[in-house]
Design a protein around this ligand. Structure first.
Ligand code: NAD
Length: 491
């Protein structure tokens, strides 16, 4: 059993909070026991980040890039350790951790090692005849970031790396149930040569450590990934000080299957899109809307594939679906599913928790759901796909947009004009055509509406962590400028 901790000023530290046990959700067994941080430790971490800021922000892009490139290499060498931690604390199937979470995170680190050297401004020049203007991009400062439990390493990397590349220093709070890979990331960053204090990790619960960090007077920016209600609390806490925020919140992604779609591709895409990470994915396909002519075959095809999904030991490479994150979360998912028939939903398959230890839940398909029903409208965050039919393209797009969320969506069609219309009209930060889920370091991720604002990944996320400064220099050398006439008469 490893002993995790917080990481402040370049070293593991003892903290003032309660003892916490990390549980493997596949077995219910203890994985690690550690002491949580307390608000007093948040103060230490923020002070350390503040003290480290000037040197890191003042390092050359090449120096920052060199450290981040070393981190990418060390993380790659530590892949097996990162995979084992992610599987143990989340119950992720090992195939997913090995092929998605860990290599995706390393690629993101690598991307920001390169991006650190591309802090370009607009052209310097004479936009007035008497002045030269230039643009400086400067690090925002100390960044507080708060992360969720569903992809602990990736969510940490998506926030921390653009901040470091921009020259910011960071204090991150992972979810207290999944701290391990974030602490390993901080240790590896230290080994890579990141100066002490530039990256700090405070482990702890949301109510005390999270709230203390979000509302801290001495940070400059608060970034958050998690649920919509908590994101709004975080924004309110940061607003007290007028701090910049960036929020990646919940989702309820529509999956629109038009009547000319490749049905087999749509069925396989829906199964993969709904079940990835046991459905605990903010972009997961959760609301399938299917053209009437394809509806029955779509429901039957998804049900058949769902029945073949291997649910079990996450360490077995043959396992498709691991457990939900906790027994409490399974109860929430099961509760929503159990209320669906009362609102008209038809449970086609699943809706059951297998016997035995671990918070497992079978893939669940609910057809014929009402538009007003809870399972259609609210985030379930489990291996549950809900399905409705639509009558025509207008109805499909209306249903797709009938949600407060706007994180991701997909449209399935072989008609280029339908695809273009769907990508134009669906209100979401990402629209996939004939696929659902893939992400890539060079391209942005982030939502509209109740899914938040601002971008993770890509050059766009680097911009989140930079302040733009305009420098305007007089080039005339004249004491009496021409524009002075507007303020006082010529002598
Ligand atoms: P959550 O909102 O419950 O918790 C997220 C983080 O906030 C945790 O670290 C938690 O400890 C902390 N927190 C809780 N209360 C707080 C408070 N009052 N002040 C400050 N911090 C507080 O979310 P979760 O259950 O960990 O994660 C699942 C949610 O995250 C889902 O809604 C999912 O859609 C969302 N998510 C979004 C994205 C995205 O990119 N948009 C990515 C992953 C997850």
């Amino acid at each position: 059993m490893g002993m995790a901790s917080s990481w402040i000023d370049g070293a593991p530290v003892s903290t003032a909070g309660a003892t916490h046990t990390v549980i493997n959700p596949a077995t219910g067994a203890a994985v690690a026991e550690y002491t949580l941080a307390a608000p007093v430790d948040v103060d230490r971490a923020v002070a350390s980040a503040r003290a480290a800021l000037a040197d890191w922000a003042g390092a050359t892009p090449a120096e920052r890039s060199g450290v981040l490139a070393s981190l990418a290499r060390l993380a790659s060498e530590a892949s097996a350790e990162l995979v084992a931690e992610e599987v143990a604390q989340c119950g992720k199937p090992v195939r997913l951790a090995e092929e998605f979470d860990v290599p995706g995170s390393i690629d993101n680190i690598d991307f920001f090692a390169g991006a650190a050297r591309h802090l370009e401004g607009k052209a310097s020049g004479e936009y007035s005849p008497d002045h030269t203007s230039s643009i400086r991009r400067e690090a925002v400062g100390v960044v507080a970031t708060i992360a969720p439990w569903n992809y602990p390493l990736q969510m940490a990397v998506w926030k921390v790396l653009p901040a470091l590349a921009a020259g910011c220093s960071v204090v991150i709070k992972p979810a207290e149930i999944t701290p391990l890979t974030t602490l390993t990331l901080a240790r590896l960053a230290g080994e890579a040569g990141l100066p002490a204090g530039v990256l700090n990790v405070v482990t702890g619960s949301g109510a005390d450590v999270g709230a203390a960090l979000a509302g801290h007077a001495d940070v400059d920016m608060v970034t958050f990934t998690g649920s919509t209600p908590v994101g709004r609390q975080v924004m309110a806490a940061a607003a007290v000080h007028g701090h910049r925020t960036q929020l990646e919140l919940g989702g309820k992604a529509p999956f629109v299957v038009f009547d000319d779609a490749d049905l087999d591709a749509a069925i396989q895409g829906a199964v993969a899109g709904a079940l990835i990470n046991t459905g605990q994915d903010c972009t997961a396909a959760t609301r399938a809307m299917v053209a009437r002519g394809l509806y029955d075959d779509f429901v039957a095809g998804v049900a058949e594939l769902f029945s073949k999904i291997v649910v079990g030991d996450p360490n077995d490479p043959d396992t498709d679906l691991g457990p939900l994150i906790s027994v409490a979360h399974r109860e929430k998912v099961a509760g929503m599913v159990s209320r669906a028939p009362g609102e008209g939903g038809r449970i086609v398959c699943g809706g059951v928790a297998p016997d035995g230890p671990g918070s497992f839940y079978r893939p669940t398909l609910i057809a014929d759901v009402a538009e007003s029903s809870e399972v259609w409208r609210d985030e379930i965050f489990g291996p549950v796909l809900t399905v409705r039919s639509f009558v025509d393209d207008d109805d499909a797009l209306r249903q797709a947009n009938d949600t407060a969320y706007g994180l991701a969506a997909s449209a399935w069609t072989r008609d280029v004009y339908r695809a273009q219309r769907a990508s134009r009209e669906i209100h979401a930060g990402c629209v996939w055509i004939n696929d659902h889920i893939p992400i890539i370091s060079e391209m942005p991720h982030g939502g509209f509406g109740a899914s938040g604002f601002g971008k993770d990944m890509s050059q766009y996320s680097l911009e989140e962590y930079l302040s733009i400064k305009h420098v305007m220099s007089d080039i005339t050398g004249a004491a009496e400028k021409d524009w002075h006439r507007t303020v006082f008469a010529k002598r």
